[in-house]
Design a protein around this ligand. Sequence first.
Ligand code: DP6
Length: 359
Amino acid sequence: MNTSEFKFQTSDKKVENLSVTWQTPSNIALVKYWGKSEPQIPKNASISFTLNNCHTTTKIEFTKSQSMPQAEFELFFEGKKKDDFKPKIAKFFKRVQEYCPYVLDYKMTISSENSFPHSSGIASSASGMSAIAMCLMSLEKELNSNLTDEYINKKASFLARLGSGSASRSIEGPLVVWGNHPEIENSSDLLGVKFPYKIHPIFENYQDTILLVDKGEKQVSSTVGHNLMHNHPYAESRFIQANENLKKLSEILQNGDIKAFINLVESEALTLHAMMLTSNPYFILMKPNTLEIINKIWEYREENNSNICFTLDAGANVHVLYPDSEKEDINEFIKSKLADFCQKNQYICDSVGFGAKPL
Ligand code: DP6
């Protein structure tokens, strides 16, 4: 696949003003993306569950203006002007203007809010960047009415990736692969594709309860984090392992081998943290309560022959994953045994979702 198919060609209509709103979800990686090269090309393929309840809602009001040398926008987050988020978004517009030159022809007012508490440690870049990408594609569709929905989703994922790698996996659901992989048809380093094979029913409506262990500011920004993989002593074997894990997980998702799923997903989470422990500079992103929770999950699994497992992001929060059929018992366990390890006893109940929605 080459990038030229994403260059804006012609417009058959003039658009003076447009207001569009999209709601796009966060996602949780099962095989992790950790390590990239310019321009936002992943070092290995990754796969994630798209979430349902953790999402960003973004409205963009476009007003036609004379063509400007760089994109002009105002940014409101939860009703307030938010200038400290502007540089990341300005960088995003700069990156996408080659593919969406119309961003220079409109003044934009961006108003955004998250469904999850601010600074909960939940990455908002995936949902945030994918929402902006969908809004741009709505304008593009107005300018060129020939665009198909398939193209719109593909280009939105391509654009979202340029804002934040994991955002490429937040356009569709329930499972999205990003990164070229021989076993996944049509997979690409440039954009996320829906997992193309039939998923075993045990993985339908999979549950993810996010335990908010530490709601503080991220200790390691994603840019710093990915850079740790340059000159990392284990980088090359990690990238090979991730691609092998994705091959295995593709089979597991089809054959329903849930024990193998648990083993692979937990190993991926711990490997991600192992990469941070063994980089230089080095980081410990887990907190004592992260480990308490992991041990409690293992105990519960053993004692109850349960299929509960965990995964982690680049932070201290724990994503507790389990099949829908075990929801009642596991929710009780979380409430009575795990909530105590969360800041202010807070956790978020989520499940697998289906991607971006226009509002
Ligand atoms: C640990 O997508 O936030 O969550 O591309 O620099 O924006 P940038 O990084 P980002 O990295 C996510 C890393 C991760 C694993 C994953 O989601 O695959």
